[in-house]
Design a protein around this ligand. Structure first.
Ligand code: 5GP
Length: 207
């Protein structure tokens, strides 16, 4: 069985990437979404073990020390990290594993897994980003300002991603992300095993 690939999906907080990923998962069984560990408090409606594993600072640092995370980063004053065991298991089972993480994490994943695909989802404009963040109604003005400021910082790293997808229309955005991943999977460097055996198979015809 072929192994799955790692798909990093980043985007400004408020870009709607959570909604895009949810829809994508409902449309295809080939994908699995990694549940991150975080020290931030749950938002209303968020469930432990489903949206995140919500833990204390102590527990997070203990998990780092035990080498239990593939990557981790600090964002808006909290730790966020990707648990290692589940991701490796799903990849081995042939699932494409989605990591919904920010740019420092994306950079680390690129280094550790060069064949991973990095996708950045963005609203069409900066004004639209502000509108969506305010519309969510779950955060204070101060937190929204911090997230917008962070968005500016993250915008400088966008060119490190393989693909940028604009989230204007949800269905189109999901289609674009799936097309993007399909295209990425066909890139020669992600198919070395396949190419080697094809060349070996053709060798016998060579005169
Ligand atoms: P939020 O607090 O809005 O759920 O997430 C804040 C940011 O942390 C988002 O950009 C999200 O993608 C990122 N994030 C969530 N989980 C992880 C993780 O495991 N690792 C890293 N590096 N970033 C994460």
């Amino acid at each position: 069985m072929d192994k799955g690939i790692l798909v990093v999906i980043s985007g400004f907080s408020g870009a709607g990437k959570g909604t895009v990923i949810k829809k994508l998962l409902s449309e295809s069984d080939d994908y699995w979404l990694s549940v991150s560990m975080t020290t931030r408090a749950p938002r209303p409606g968020e469930e432990d073990g489903k949206d995140y594993f919500f833990v204390t600072h102590e527990k997070f640092e203990q998990t780092i020390a035990e080498n239990g995370l593939i990557e981790y980063a600090q964002f808006a004053g909290n730790y966020y990290g990707t648990p290692k065991a589940a991701v490796e298991q799903k990849i081995n089972e042939g699932k494409n594993v989605i990591l919904e993480i920010e740019i420092q994490g994306a950079r680390n994943i690129r280094k550790l897994y060069p064949e991973s695909v990095l996708v950045f989802i963005t609203p069409p404009t900066a004004d639209e980003l502000e509108r969506r963040l305010k519309g969510r109604g779950t955060e204070t003005e101060e937190k929204i300002a911090a997230r917008l400021s962070r968005a500016f910082e993250e915008s400088e790293g966008i060119d490190e991603y393989d693909y940028i997808v604009v989230n204007d229309d949800l269905d189109k955005c999901v289609r674009d992300v799936l097309d993007t991943i399909d295209t990425a999977k066909r890139q020669p460097f992600r198919n070395e095993g396949f190419i080697d055996s094809l060349i070996k198979g053709l060798e016998k015809y060579h005169k």
